[in-house]
Design a protein around this ligand. Structure first.
Ligand code: DC
Length: 234
């Protein structure tokens, strides 16, 4: 069932890789008739263009410049969000193992983060956005009316990525689990906007829970938050 509320709010969904954020966020957005923004895809797009242009992930100045000049467009597509970077459709490329392995380093670059946060705030200005990432509730949209921190066990997260990539991707489950643990560490330990649960975020552990259950819970919270605000205005 689709639900709409008169008052539109912003919903921030943060959490580690593979916790189900993008699937859940996409469904929540569709139920509420909101716009879904996958911020991880934006960092992935910068990473893939940087790699394609032969830049080293350690070249902070070069990648920072690239991020500032990059024209990024996100649009709803079949089974997910379509990502166009400088006119090139990078939707498939950004999910490759090579991008997975380099995106944490690229997303730790200050100039990349400031540019992405700027774009993300602009997207959320008119409200009615469900944005998923690592620092949305803490840094990008600290005033989001609903903040959720979504997590799952490392093993379950690796399994989900394994299924997403497909068996032919040439990467083992063990390798993915190691990659996920390493990305978690880098995302949590970086100096700028590290992955951390906002004090006012609601925690959901999705291990062993269905997508529908998690979506229902967040939609109910979202509707409650929107109606509280509407009530306060009348
Ligand atoms: O959600 P994801 O796996 O597509 O994210 C890819 C990488 O981008 C992840 O390693 C951390 C980074 N990221 C970030 O630093 N801040 C965000 N708001 C979203 C993603």
């Amino acid at each position: 069932m689709n639900q709409q509320s008169t008052h539109r709010i912003n919903i921030a969904i943060d959490g580690p890789a593979g916790a189900g954020k993008s699937t859940v966020a996409r469904h929540v957005a569709s139920r509420l008739h909101y716009i879904y923004v996958d911020t991880g895809a934006m960092y992935r797009a910068v990473t893939s263009i940087a790699l394609d242009r032969g830049l080293s992930p350690d070249d902070e100045a070069g990648i920072g410049q690239l991020a500032h000049a990059l024209d990024l467009a996100l649009s709803p597509g079949e089974g997910g969000q379509k990502v166009i970077a400088d006119g090139v459709d990078v939707t498939a490329r950004i999910r490759t193992h090579e991008v997975n392995r380099n995106v944490s380093r690229v997303s730790a670059i200050g100039a990349v983060r400031s540019r992405m946060a700027d774009l993300q705030r602009r997207m959320a200005q008119a409200k009615g956005v469900v944005m998923d990432g690592r620092d949305i509730g803490t840094h990008v949209l600290p005033d989001a009316e609903l903040k959720v921190f979504l997590t799952a066990s490392p093993r379950e997260r690796a399994l989900r990525r394994y299924r997403e990539l497909g068996e032919g991707a040439g990467v083992t489950l063990e390798q993915l689990e190691r990659d996920i643990a390493e990305r978690d560490r880098m995302d949590r330990e970086r100096d700028i906007a590290p992955l951390v649960q906002a004090p006012d975020a609601r925690l959901i552990d999705s291990t062993g829970r269905s997508i529908e259950e998690v979506v229902d819970e967040i939609v109910a919270w979202g509707l409650a938050a929107a109606s509280t605000i509407s009530a306060g205005e009348t």
